[in-house]
Ligand binder design. Structure first.
Ligand SMILES: NC(=O)c1ccc[n+]([C@@H]2O[C@H](COP(=O)([O-])OP(=O)(O)OC[C@H]3O[C@@H](n4cnc5c(N)ncnc54)[C@H](O)[C@@H]3O)[C@@H](O)[C@H]2O)c1
Length: 316
């Protein structure tokens, strides 16, 4: 099958590309290699993919409607996995207009073109942060999710709503996947697993909010990729589905796991939790289990061991 993957050079995107190529799909990858973090790292993420004749790379911007139309016309993808976005909650507070342009307009461009070009299934990356500081725990997909804490989750919620419009008006099959703090090899350098591993390795301070009391539902990249491919194959009509681990980790314990793996003590500073951050993320994954057969298996200890192996070999 011919699959378009936007954001294919990024963390989740490059693993998605590799998994699709490994099972014999043709992959049309779109990425603008922007410098939110090192473009060199994004190119390295595609080292293996680039050796495949089934891999077609477009260094293009999803905000450019004409260019996207050109790529749909040439490549005729049957399905789309749309992962390209400006990610990062706190950065979205600094650059809200950029987040709106890339995430909302970029997604709208792709939804419009997917429906015009007869795409059979459109899988969209959303986020656990749409739940804000919801007190309905664990987080379920039927939560209204109307109280985001930052521009980033507000743009992602908008994408979910736009996807519904394209399903309703044109019958486009769309599933929005709400990812819960994804980590693992090729992990983003602006995210906590990377930042803490780097700082502890170098003997620098880490910023652990609110004395490490917050909890996060960390999800290993391989489990996420299993959920993404199952969604691609399921061709559901219109759904929003959580992909998490459903086992929140207290952040102080998360630091201890890294300290043990690195055999080094963390230097901790502990400011209050910023207004952009919820005290807890916790996925109810019963819908993913039911509709996708999703079944995350990696413990945080094992996942972080594999992340740190990668970090020490490739990223440090
Ligand atoms: N990593 C997580 O924990 C997490 C959690 C929730 C949601 N998500 C979502 O999953 C998706 C993938 O996240 P990731 O962690 O792999 O991030 P990432 O930053 O590694 O990947 C995103 C990719 O999109 C590309 N991109 C950005 N703007 C673009 C544009 N205008 N045109 C073309 N390409 C563009 C970037 O260059 C990058 O390679 C994003 O939509 C993100 O919001 C990630």
């Amino acid at each position: 099958m011919r699959i378009m993957v936007t954001g294919g050079a990024g963390f989740i995107g490059s693993h998605t590309v590799d998994a699709l190529l490994a099972r014999g799909d043709e992959v049309v990858c779109i990425d603008d290699f922007n410098d939110y973090y090192s473009p060199r790292r994004k190119r390295e993420n595609l080292t293996v993919a680039q050796t495949s004749s089934s891999f077609h790379l477009y260094e293009s911007d999803i905000r450019d409607f004409q260019e996207m139309d050109r790529i749909f016309s040439i490549e005729k993808p049957q399905k789309v996995i749309h992962l390209a976005a400006m990610a990062g909650v706190r950065n979205s507070v600094k650059f809200p207009l950029l987040y709106e342009e890339v995430n909302v307009r970029g997604t709208l461009n792709l939804l419009e073109l997917a429906s015009r070009h007869g795409v059979r299934n459109f899988v969209l990356a959303s986020t656990s942060s749409v739940y804000g500081a919801s007190k309905e725990i664990p987080f379920k997909e039927d939560n209204a999710a109307m109280k985001p804490l930052a521009p980033y989750p507000a743009t992602k919620r908008s994408c979910e709503l736009l996807a519904h419009v394209y399903h309703h008006l044109y019958g486009l099959h769309c599933t929005a996947l709400r990812f819960f703090t994804v980590y693992g090899p090729r992990g983003r350098p602006d995210m906590t697993p990377y930042l803490f591993t780097q700082a502890i390795s170098l003997g620098r301070e880490i910023t652990l909010y609110d004395d490490g009391r917050p909890q996060r539902d960390f999800t290993f990249i391989e489990d996420i990729i299993g959920g993404v491919l199952a969604t691609l194959d399921a061709d559901l009509q219109y759904e929003i589905i959580n992909l998490g681990n459903s086992q929140p980790v207290v952040m102080r314990d998360f630091v201890t796991i890294i300290e043990d793996l690195l055999s080094r003590q963390a230097e901790i500073v502990s400011p209050p939790l910023p207004a952009t951050e919820p005290p807890l993320t916790y996925a109810d994954i019963s819908k993913a289990r039911r509709l996708l057969g999703y079944n995350p298996t990696a413990s945080v200890e094992e996942g972080m061991r594999r992340f740190i192996d990668w970090y020490q070999q490739e990223a440090a």
